[in-house]
Design a protein around this ligand. Structure first.
Ligand SMILES: [Zn+2]
Length: 86
């Protein structure tokens, strides 16, 4: 086997592995809970999103949305506030 052929075989194997990995990832996503498309966590770090307790004013900065479940504080669901820029 020449070096060129070996490289070709290696590339083919790499591509096959990548395709297999993609397939497995897609299958895992498809078998997850929820609608057809899995909820991808949305990066909101630059958006200044806070969870605020309406009772005592406690603020929690959150950096990712998506699978977020609004927590409770003082017995009430916390308020979602977005404070962008100015
Ligand atoms: Zn509170």
């Amino acid at each position: 086997m020449s070096v060129g052929t070996a490289l070709l075989v290696l590339s083919a194997l790499a591509i096959a592995a990548a395709i297999a990995w993609l397939g497995i990832t897609a299958l895992r996503a498809a078998s997850g809970p929820g609608p057809r498309r899995p909820v991808e966590p949305e990066d909101v770090e630059e958006l200044d999103v806070y969870l605020v307790c309406g009772e005592c004013g406690t603020e929690l900065r959150i950096t990712r949305l998506g699978e977020l479940q609004v927590p409770r504080h003082c017995g009430e669901p916390m308020r979602l506030e977005r404070r962008g820029g100015t």
